[in-house]
Design a protein around this ligand. Structure first.
Ligand SMILES: *[C@@H]1O[C@H](CO)[C@@H](O)[C@H](O)[C@H]1NC(C)=O
Ligand SMILES: *[C@H]1O[C@H](CO)[C@@H](O)[C@H](O)[C@H]1NC(C)=O
Length: 295
């Protein structure tokens, strides 16, 4: 079977799902949301909770939309999570829109015919029915598609979103569109990105939320909206240099407002450094500038 033949098959398969599965999908959703409702209201009696009920809850309160860096997205490739032994979700991006295609794991997950798309931008590849490596992780290729291929891309988006009902998780922000990690950010500018009163920039799922730690500024809106966004437990760190508060693990406004860490013991500074490491490596929050506390 040639690649383009395989891709066509996939298209047909998608089409065939629309008629039958489409409607049964709605019924499943309905049942799950009823289960979710029951669980919310009678949760105590239903403590031997099955996975189904949890799914229902998820549908009722979806995670907020978020931005992904290319590196963060790569993590959602459906492989086995080393810590929990559970399979990770499968996400992919079509022209920058990130879908959770875990329900199509047989196709996009490990061992599936389209596993090469897992955790990657694959809009141009889908639109042109090609597995050409140069089209993967290549958003600009989506923008330069010919008229016919652009229509194909729109078709795929429509299929994923409305017929397959793959949940949209947010936007992929290509590295080229991220602010430079080298630019200097003043305290005043930092304060502007506190997650409030921000227009959402085009192409982005939510507004940026900046957090200063050591001399770095992270955009924690890339996956940290629940923590640092409105009503999140760490909301007070948004738009702040949280170095001192993180080092002392303190929510005291005194520590959140104080940007001086010169008086801290080495042990506390180590705690801060561990946080920075977690932000960079585990969370993958992009560094969007260097903080100059004198400005
Ligand atoms: C992205 O796609 C465009 C258009 O097909 C192509 O010219 C370019 O070389 C690709 N970029 C990479 C990094 O492969
Ligand atoms: C995504 O990142 C961009 C660039 O920093 C930012 O402008 C945008 O608001 C962010 N949104 C989310 C959801 O992270």
């Amino acid at each position: 079977m040639t690649i383009s033949h395989a891709a066509k098959e996939m298209g047909k398969w998608c089409d065939s799902m629309t008629g039958v599965e489409g409607s049964s999908g709605y019924i499943t959703l309905l049942v799950l949301s009823i289960l979710g409702y029951l669980y919310m209201n009678y949760g105590a009696q239903m403590n031997g909770s099955s996975n189904k009920v949890d799914e229902g809850n998820e549908i009722e309160s979806p995670e907020p939309m978020r931005n992904f860096t290319a590196k963060q997205l790569r993590n959602f490739d459906g492989s086995t999570n080393e810590n929990s032994d559970e399979p990770k979700p499968v996400y992919l991006s079509v022209g920058g829109t990130v879908f959770d295609v875990s329900n199509g794991r047989d196709f996009y997950g490990p061992g599936g015919p389209y596993e090469i798309f897992a955790g990657r931008e694959c809009g141009a590849a889908l639109a042109t029915m090609s597995f050409d490596e140069s089209l993967l992780d290549n958003i600009s290729a989506c923008e330069t598609l010919g008229v016919g291929d652009k229509a194909e891309l729109a078709n795929w988006l429509e299929k994923f979103e409305h017929y397959r009902c793959y949940p949209v998780k947010g936007r992929l922000v290509p590295d080229s569109k991220l602010p430079s990690a080298e630019r200097t950010i003043s305290m005043e500018e930092l304060a502007k990105y506190d997650g409030n009163n921000q227009d959402i920039p085009t192409g982005y799922a939510t507004c940026p939320i900046y957090l200063g730690a050591l001399d770095k500024v992270f955009d924690v809106s890339f996956g940290g909206v629940e923590m640092y966004g409105k009503d999140g437990p760490y909301q007070r760190f948004a738009g702040k240099d949280a170095s001192r508060a993180l080092a002392l693990m303190s929510f005291d406004p005194k520590d959140v407002e104080n940007t001086d860490i010169s008086d801290l013991e080495e042990k506390k500074v180590k705690v801060l450094k561990d946080w920075v490491k977690t932000f960079e490596e585990k969370k993958g929050y992009p560094v969007v500038g260097k903080l100059d506390k004198t400005l």
